[in-house]
Write a protein that binds this ligand. Structure first.
Ligand code: GNR
Ligand code: NI
Length: 167
């Protein structure tokens, strides 16, 4: 178990497409363990392998309901819409408003190479989208309604207006 360095926006690996995993090897198991450690240490709700410099289709998520490991994930259904704040450990100190489906169904292998289907709503649906985007080389900063804000400008009038409008 180890903490790995989180790559930040501008590093080329974050813009590349991750490759499918073919089988669970000790190296993949170690990657998953390290990604969980790194996510919890950074207090993120998710982490994708490219963020720790590994171009493989592995993501970990914990929205407060326990760890979820998804390998070669595929979004197979999307329903509804949510508009809300999003941040990224690879874009420290910034947030933006991003529109996402409110319900997402995902098919993936787990850490034991068993195929699973999971459904998420709200923040979990948002995390499924955000992390699978990382595997496609896509970042939330390119999907915002009106750009990114500094976290310490959270009280900027425009942003508060938008959040109020949504509620
Ligand atoms: O920690 C994170 N918070 C977050 C908040 C709203 C929507 C998505 C996320 S994911 C992010 C961690 C991260 O960068 N994962 O790639
Ligand atoms: Ni991210």
């Amino acid at each position: 178990m180890a903490i790995r360095e989180i790559r930040e926006i501008g590093e080329p690996i974050l813009a590349k497409k991750a490759k499918p995993v073919k089988e669970i090897t000790p190296k993949i198991t170690e990657l998953i363990d390290d990604m969980l450690d790194t996510m919890y240490e950074a207090m993120g709700v998710g982490l994708a392998a490219p963020q720790v410099g590994v171009l493989k289709q592995v993501i970990v998520i914990d929205v407060g309901e326990g760890p979820i490991v998804l390998i070669n994930p595929e979004i197979i259904n999307e329903e509804g819409e949510q508009i809300g704040q999003e941040g990224c450990l690879s874009v420290p100190g910034k947030i933006g408003i991003v529109k996402r489906p409110n319900k997402v169904r995902v098919r993936a292998y787990d850490e034991n190479w068993e195929i699973r289907e999971l459904e998420g709503e709200g923040l979990l649906a948002r995390a499924f989208c955000h992390e699978t985007d990382h595997l496609k080389g896509e970042m939330f900063v390119d999907k915002t309604e009106d750009g990114v804000y500094n976290m310490n400008e959270l009280e900027s009038a425009d942003l508060m207006d938008e959040i109020e409008e949504e509620e």
